[in-house]
Design a protein around this ligand. Sequence first.
Ligand code: SF4
Length: 346
Amino acid sequence: MNNVDIKSLTIEEIEQIIIKLKQPRFRAKQLFNWIHVKKISNYREMKNIPYALIDILMIDYPLIALNEVSKHEDNKDGTVKYLFELKDKQLVETVLMKYKYGYSICISSQVGCKMGCTFCASTIGGLKRQLLPSEMLDQIYVIERKMDIQIHSVVVMGTGEPLDNYDNLIRFIKLLSHEKGRHLSRRNITVSTCGIIDNINRIAIDVPQINLAISLHSPYNDKRKEIMPITIKYPLNNLIQACSYYTKKTGRRITFEYSLINGVNDDIEHGKDLAKLLKGMLCHVNLIPINSVDERDYLAADKGHILRFKEVLDKEKIPTTIRRSLGQNIDAACGQLRNRHLKDQK
Ligand code: SF4
């Protein structure tokens, strides 16, 4: 028995299977369409595929499907947070947000995370395992199918460090944007990283059309080491150099995410030094009031601090937006819902 996850395969790889099974080549296109356009997770629903072929595929090439465990809606801003169960009973979180331009979805790329950022709930239990391309895709497909919507943009910014699951991430992006599949524009896909420099350099070559976001959170190497231990391996100056290389190589603007934490990184000096660090770079800064996390002591910066911080960056002509902190009533900080669910089960 092969037991190959068919939803993670390219159309050419499915074609190879079909040829091996002595079936006509066009069956590969039909299967790819059922999986990535109609988003079917049950072979029996595939009306134009012969039963005999379905019987083989069901055993040797199973269709991975996520199970919805719970769904929490924030009545104030419409954000919906889903908790999905994977085949091995692990849990992942996905957040659906509604904007004026359409739906945006924030997906997870790993179960847990090993990066150890001190403000983050996802890393508390460490990394459990990598998500397969199919498990990243299904966070989108299940919601689109259930809600009968087409999602406008995808952000890989939920639980996990996507560049720590590089090969699966690239395969996921290629499948999601495939013209015979879901065909989401790569320009509508954003990948957020804490700063794994080697893979920032690779992504600039492998999928240069996507948007890259860097979680920065401090303009100082030592301070950043405290809140984001990845800085020990990849120092801040090297990260900024890699970002400059990325913008030159791709011609794409880079986004810096800066979560403002009360008393930690939200004063005027931080703002001025952040502006110095980013001066001249093709970039945009998103200021985000941090979502508080039960297990951590951090509190969101107050409104006055956030506005003053933005003024400093504006003065230095660094394009800056204050992001709404969505889903505050539904444990929206990444990892919180999963942690709460696991605690409740104990
Ligand atoms: S912020 Fe991202 S990279 Fe850092 S621990 Fe959380 S999930 Fe991992």
